[in-house]
Design a protein around this ligand. Structure first.
Ligand code: ZN
Length: 268
């Protein structure tokens, strides 16, 4: 009897195939959850003022344990760390988001670092970025980046709850609340996205900061790392979930100069 005619061997071969599929094994590598980024809506829609989405935080957390975004009405900056979704507001009234809260824009992934870079001396943002860029094998994948440690300085901005009719994000960003943290322990978390994703995401680095107390932070405008660890997790799958809200369906997302507006509103 050949091995594949043996019912047990057939079952084992089937189970291996199924497990490989579930784990996302490709090319002989065992990659947990296939390195997928789950993103709801597009940066272009957010720039256009689509601030109400239809994805709950509960659903978001089924697609990843790490990421960033914002909440409906732009009511705070989002950081997802180790499976917990934090809402950071300009006044420091941070909270853990409810499973039923909604997001108009967020991206999450299962964070499984493949590259770790220790930093033992004062390093400014440009130098940290250069260290990460050098460690990457390619500019053409999406990378989840987590930097934990002590920061000499972190500059952040925090969006504030908006009332309809919504202004564009470019207008909101011009009135944004900015904060500067000095000598704090915390985590910078976010993504490095390829240029070809402009309109869909924030190309380059999009990072959010959360202080060690999980109460303060926001969208990163600049930082200096004193001592810490950079972790990088590469992703090659993009799961883009588009809202079916009336505002999204009616939004004009072909506008020229959208990439320029994204840079103005999100540039760090
Ligand atoms: Zn942001």
């Amino acid at each position: 009897m050949g091995a594949l005619e043996d019912p047990q061997a057939v079952f084992r071969a089937w189970a291996r195939t199924m497990l490989a599929h579930v784990r996302g094994t490709r090319g002989g590598r065992d990659v947990p959850q296939a390195g997928e980024i789950f993103q709801t809506s597009t940066m272009g829609a957010l720039i256009d003022g689509v601030y109400d989405g239809d994805v709950t935080i509960g659903e978001l957390l089924r697609h990843g344990d790490f990421g960033l975004g914002t909440f409906n009405r732009l009511d705070g900056e989002m950081v997802v760390l180790d499976g917990t979704c934090y809402r950071l507001r300009a006044d420091g009234s941070a909270s853990i988001a409810d499973a039923g809260d909604l997001t108009p824009f967020a991206a999450v992934t299962w964070f499984r670092p493949e590259t770790t870079i220790p930093v033992k001396e004062s390093t400014d943002q440009a130098a940290v970025t250069a260290l990460i860029d050098k460690a990457l094998g390619s500019d053409n994948l999406i990378y989840a980046i987590r930097i934990g440690g002590t920061f000499g300085e972190v500059r952040t901005r925090t969006v504030m709850r908006q009332q309809p009719p919504y202004p564009s994000l470019t207008d909101v960003a011009e009135k944004q609340q900015e904060s500067t943290f000095h000598d704090v322990h915390g985590t910078v978390a976010g993504f490095r996205t390829p240029d070809f994703e402009h309109d869909i995401s924030v190309v380059g680095y999009h990072l959010h900061f959360i202080e060690g107390d999980y109460r303060h932070g926001g969208h990163v405008l600049g930082y200096r790392l004193e001592d810490g660890v950079i972790e990088i997790s590469s992703q090659s799958e993009l799961h883009l979930s588009l809202p079916r809200t009336r505002q999204f369906l009616a939004s004009d997302l072909d506008s020229e100069g959208l990439a320029r507006q994204i840079h103005r509103a999100e540039g760090g």
